[in-house]
Ligand binder design. Structure first.
Ligand code: F6R
Length: 601
């Protein structure tokens, strides 16, 4: 949710922290702050709003020679997004940045308050720093840090600095954190985006690891091992592709990129002989009779798409769960079920916890994820990477496109193992799969058309995106995109369900975006559209088949396979949301109230 960075070395600490935070800003951006220990004195500053506010406030400060510092970009969980609640939090001589939630903070806070401690913020984080300073009175710094860790419950990635020592203390439990080394310099970050190009020798901390770094070196341990070896993992240099490259927004760039990243997703996996998923080789799928897919948000929508494919093509029983619901419903978990989690970031708390539950119940687990080395990838038995590259727009686009592609490959992989498709059918599916990068190309005419007609869809009392079969989850995704960046009310509905209640809302101020497939349930969807049209709903039809009763028509290419229609329709709905948000002058890449990676429950 939040982003954290840390640095120790001889370079300009402030610049390194601010540049790192800039790379992480998409994770949370209601406030930011830094604290630097420079020649025995602390410099600290915080600012609400986007990072440039902090940059302006810290303009006059620059460290010289050796120094160390920590930084944080916040997405509020406990306490409003104010300067006081922004990190780093401080005691008398100690600063801390924290990502996650300290669940027992109320109890610890009361205890500290009884002892006379006064709190500066409403956050859960602040208890850590006061508790540390309390133990520091009778113990050495590291012992006090460890003792504090023993008292806190919840999820955290923590960096702490204290005045009497040129050391950064760290701990990780449930929230991501990594340490990078380059010569004598040490870099901390909650995600590799912050340190790309600065170091290439890194350690991704596991849950339960803690320790410290100083000018002499580093120490990592856990309750199980007193001396944990540095992993020496390396990072891909992805920085250039993470720039906007001339597009107005990251979201726009990412929509245009979808064709290329889909080609990457398929590379080496779609062969003439069939689907090759080396990740699943061997006996992994033996004995599996059911698949349970579990995810949140956009990733949930891609899971729902694949539930249609898995039952239709691979003939495997399939259910889809929203992770935050799954966690508390006391689900029946049977050992012949494969548990599949889908996540762009690999850090979503609800999905991660659901995965832990499935593992605990002894199920085989598979992660479909965009971020290698993420918590979800590291926890699952097997993982298939979606290869979408860094996604910076908060509203997910290319991650969704690649998730659906991987899930479709996964479906066909099972179909070929179980021979649920004939040889000819499989061949046809493989041919279509290879054609999806082309179907996802953004055509100039399409973008121009969507741009022009978006002006009709700025006011009104709401949107319904409707579709049938796997165009229903696409309708859900279309509505989610629009909500996220336009702040307009939108719902996705199965077309056939409208008459069971929602159609009561129909009038000219209700906008219907109808996803009309020519390959699946064409006549049925058309009838549902007519029912809405008869009640005067303003309608935009997205289809390759001209529908003369709609107020607007977005013309798509005629295809003979619904998955190709699916990908072109996906692009059209993404563009529509983006162009509406642009006309409303909203922040397309960083919409209000959202965060890229939701690492709290
Ligand atoms: C929507 C969006 C969110 C995420 C959801 C799950 O555009 O980005 O709905 O899909 O928070 O995130 P991941 O996929 O990282 O687990």
């Amino acid at each position: 949710m939040c982003g954290i960075v840390g640095y120790l070395g001889n370079s300009n600490t402030k610049e390194i922290l601010l540049n790192g935070l800039k790379e992480l800003e998409y994770r949370g951006y209601d406030s930011a702050g830094i604290a630097i220990l420079d020649n025995g004195a602390f410099y600290s500053n915080k600012a609400i709003g986007k990072l440039h506010n902090l940059e302006e406030k810290t303009e006059a400060f620059n460290s010289k020679g050796f120094s160390l510092g920590i930084g944080h970009t916040r997405w509020a969980t406990h306490g409003k997004p104010t300067e006081q609640n922004a990190h780093p939090h401080y005691g008398t001589d100690t600063y801390i940045v924290h990502n996650g939630i300290i669940e027992n903070y109320q109890e610890l806070k009361s205890e500290l308050e009884k002892g006379g401690v006064r709190f500066n913020s409403q956050t859960d984080t602040e208890v850590f720093v006061h508790l540390f300073e309390f133990y520091q009175k009778s113990l050495g710094n590291y012992e006090a840090f460890q003792k504090t860790l023993k008292r806190v419950e919840g999820a955290y990635a923590i960096l702490l600095i204290t005045k009497n020592s040129e050391t950064i203390y760290f701990a990780k439990e449930g929230s991501p954190l990594m340490l990078g080394l380059k010569d004598d310099e040490k870099f901390f970050a909650s995600s590799d985006a912050a340190v790309l190009g600065l170091c290439n020798d890194v350690h991704f901390f596991e849950d339960g690891e803690f320790g410290y770094v100083d000018a002499k070196g580093f120490h990592i341990e856990s309750s199980e091992s007193k001396d944990i070896a540095f992993q020496h993992a390396s990072l891909a240099d992805d920085k250039i592709s993470a720039q906007k490259e001339g597009y107005r927004f990251f979201m726009e760039k990412e929509i245009y990129e979808q064709s290329d990243v889909l080609a990457d997703t398929l590379r080496g996996r779609v062969l003439d002989s069939g689907i090759s998923l080396q990740e699943l080789d061997g006996e992994f799928l033996d004995g599996i009779n059911e698949i349970k897919l579990c995810a949140c948000g956009t990733s949930y929508n891609s899971a729902l798409v694949s539930s249609y494919l898995l039952e239709r093509q691979a003939k495997v029983r399939c259910s889809v769960e929203i992770a935050s619901e799954f966690r508390y419903k006391e689900p029946l978990l049977l050992k012949d079920t494969l548990f599949v989690v889908i996540s762009q970031s690999g850090e979503t708390a609800d999905t991660l916890e659901a995965l832990k539950m499935a593992k605990k119940a002894g199920l085989k687990t598979l992660a479909i994820c965009n971020v290698d080395n993420s918590s979800i990838v590291r926890l699952a038995d097997k993982s298939i990477l979606t290869r979408a590259g860094v996604e910076k727009g908060v509203a997910s686009t290319k991650a969704f496109a690649t998730q659906v592609a991987v899930l479709w490959m996964f479906t066909l992989f099972i179909a070929q193992q179980k021979s649920t498709l004939t040889k000819d059918e499989l061949k046809q599916e493989l041919k279509t799969l290879r054609a999806i990068p082309k179907a996802a190309i953004v055509k100039d005419e399409l973008h121009e058309k969507v741009k022009r007609l978006s002006k009709r869809y700025l006011h009104g009392h709401g949107f319904f995106f409707i579709g049938r079969d796997l165009f229903y989850p696409l309708a859900l995704e279309g509505a989610l995109k629009l909500k996220e960046i336009s702040y307009l009310h939108a719902e996705g509905y199965p077309s056939g369900e409208m008459k069971h209640g929602p159609i009561a809302l129909a009038d000219p101020e209700l906008f219907t975006i109808a996803l009309l497939s020519e390959n699946i349930l064409f006549e049925k969807t058309k009838s549902n559209m007519e029912e809405l049209g008869a009640r005067d709903s303003t309608m935009c039809c997205v289809s390759s088949h001209f529908y003369d009763k709609a107020d607007d028509f977005i013309k798509l290419t005629k295809y003979d396979h619904y998955m190709l229609e699916f990908y072109e329709m996906m692009v059209a709905t993404q563009l529509l949301s983006m162009e509406i948000a642009v006309r409303l002058e909203n922040d397309v890449d960083m919409p209000r109230n959202l965060a890229k990676s939701v690492t709290v429950e």
